[in-house]
Write a protein that binds this ligand. Structure first.
Ligand code: NAD
Length: 334
C-alpha cells in the first residue's frame, strides 16, 4: 500500500524502514507536519501515517478523503488529534499503536521525579561551573511518600509498580479500576482525596473533553503545599496559566513536563537559534523548579521498534482484509 508518512525525522525513517523491509509497503516520507495547508501534498496514496502533533481535524480529513485516503495510521497511543466522528462520516479507518513500551514512558516519568527531587538539572550545571555548594539542592526520601497516579492504564500501572519498589504509598484515580494495581496495594480514591493527600501527582490519563484542564486552579487549590506535579500524558490535561500562578506562589513545589498544551509549534524541532514566541512556555523555562523535556518519554529503541512494527501490521491487515488491527472509532469508545 502507498502511504504518506508525516512528521518524519531520521529516527522515524530508520525504524519504519526496518519494519517495512518485511511488510513491503511504499512509504513516502514528509518531514513537515500534517496540517490543513500540507494535506494537499497528498497525492496517489491510500493511507497517511501521522504522529502526535499532526492535525487530523474534520477539515484535514475531508481533504485527505477527497484525495483518496481511506486509512489513517497513528504512530501513537493517544488519538486526541483525530476527529473520530468526521472520520466515521467519511468512512475512513483510523488505527493507532495502543501498546508499545509502557516502560519507556513510566521510566521517563520516574526520571523526571528523581531529577526534580534531587535537583539534578541544577547540580549538573553547578558542577560544570566548579560550584560544589549544596545550598538549594535539598531533596527528600521517596520512601514513605504518597504518589497519586491519575489514570492507571498501561503506563500508570507500570509507574505504580516502580514507585511501589521505592517504598511509596500509591493512591490512584481512574473511572476504571485496574485489578493488577489493586493486587499490589494501590488504593483507589476520589480525585479530590488524591489531590489532597499526594506528595507527588503524576498524570497518565488520555486527553478527552473530560480530562481537558483537569488540573486547573480549583484542582491545584486542593493539593498539598509544595506538591510535585508531573505530566507525561498530554499538555492540555493541565491549565498552564493556573500552574504558573501556583508555581509563583510556591504552592506547587516542582513541576515536571514532557508535554505542553501548545507543543505543536515547538517540540521535535531545533529552535535553539530562534526567539521563543510563546510567553507562557518561556515563563515555565524561567523557574528553577521546573524541568521540561520535549515529548521524549516514548523515545526508547524498544518503543520505536514496537511503534514501527504495529504501524506496519495495521497497514498490512487493512490491505488484506479492509480492517486495521488496532482500530479506534467513535463506536469502539462508546
Ligand atoms: P491506557 O489507555 O492504557 O490508560 C489510560 C487510563 O486512563 C485508562 O485506565 C482510563 O480508564 C484512564 N482514564 C480515562 N479517563 C480518565 C479520567 N477522566 N480520569 C482518570 N483516568 C482516566 O493508556 P496508556 O498507554 O497508559 O497511555 C496514557 C496516556 O499517556 C495516553 O493517552 C497518551 O496521551 C500518553 N502518552 C504519552 C507519551 C509520551 O511520550 N509522553 C507516550 C505514550 C502515551
Amino acid at each position: 500500500m502507498h502511504v504518506a508518512v508525516f512528521s518524519t525525522k531520521p529516527y522515524d525513517k530508520h525504524f519504519l524502514d526496518a519494519a517495512n523491509s518485511v511488510a513491503g509497503h511504499d512509504l513516502s516520507y514528509f518531514e513537515f507536519r500534517l496540517t490543513p495547508q500540507t494535506a494537499v501534498a497528498v497525492e496517489g496514496v491510500q493511507a497517511v501515517c501521522a504522529f502526535v502533533n499532526d492535525e487530523l481535524d474534520a477539515k484535514v480529513l475531508k481533504v485527505l478523503s477527497q484525495r483518496g485516503v481511506r486509512l489513517v495510521v497513528l504512530r501513537s497511543a493517544g488519538f486526541n488529534n483525530v476527529d473520530l466522528e468526521a472520520a466515521r462520516d467519511l468512512r475512513m479507518t483510523v488505527a493507532r499503536v495502543p501498546e508499545y513500551s509502557p516502560y519507556a514512558v513510566a521510566e521517563h516519568t520516574v526520571t523526571l521525579i528523581l531529577a526534580l527531587n534531587r535537583k539534578i538539572h541544577r547540580a549538573y550545571a553547578r558542577v560544570r561551573e566548579g560550584n560544589f555548594a549544596l545550598d538549594g539542592l535539598l531533596g527528600f526520601d521517596l520512601r514513605g511518600r504518597t504518589v497519586g497516579i491519575v489514570g492507571t492504564g498501561r503506563i500508570g500501572a507500570t509507574l505504580a509498580r516502580i514507585m511501589t519498589g521505592f517504598g511509596c504509598t500509591i493512591l490512584a484515580f481512574d473511572p476504571k479500576r485496574n485489578p493488577d494495581c489493586e493486587a499490589i496495594g494501590v488504593r483507589y480514591v476520589p480525585l479530590a482525596a488524591l489531590l489532597a493527600e499526594s506528595d507527588v501527582i503524576s498524570l497518565h490519563c488520555p486527553l478527552t473533553s473530560e480530562t481537558h484542564y483537569m488540573i486547573d486552579a480549583s484542582a491545584i487549590a486542593q493539593m498539598r503545599d509544595g506538591v510535585m506535579l508531573i505530566n507525561t500524558s498530554r499538555g492540555a490535561v493541565i491549565d498552564t496559566r493556573a500552574v504558573i500562578k501556583a508555581l509563583k506562589k510556591g504552592h506547587i513545589g516542582s513541576l515536571g513536563l514532557d508535554v505542553y498544551e501548545e507543543e505543536a509549534d515547538l517540540f521535535f524541532e531545533d529552535l535553539s537559534d530562534q526567539v521563543i514566541q510563546d510567553d507562557l512556555f518561556a515563563r515555565l523555562l524561567s523557574f528553577p523548579n521546573v524541568l521540561i523535556t520535549g515529548h521524549q518519554a516514548f523515545f526508547t529503541a524498544e518503543a520505536m521498534h514496537g511503534i514501527a512494527d504495529t504501524t506496519m501490521a495495521n497497514i498490512t491487515n487493512y490491505e488484506r482484509c479492509g480492517r486495521a488491527i488496532h482500530e479506534v472509532s467513535v463506536e469502539r469508545l462508546a
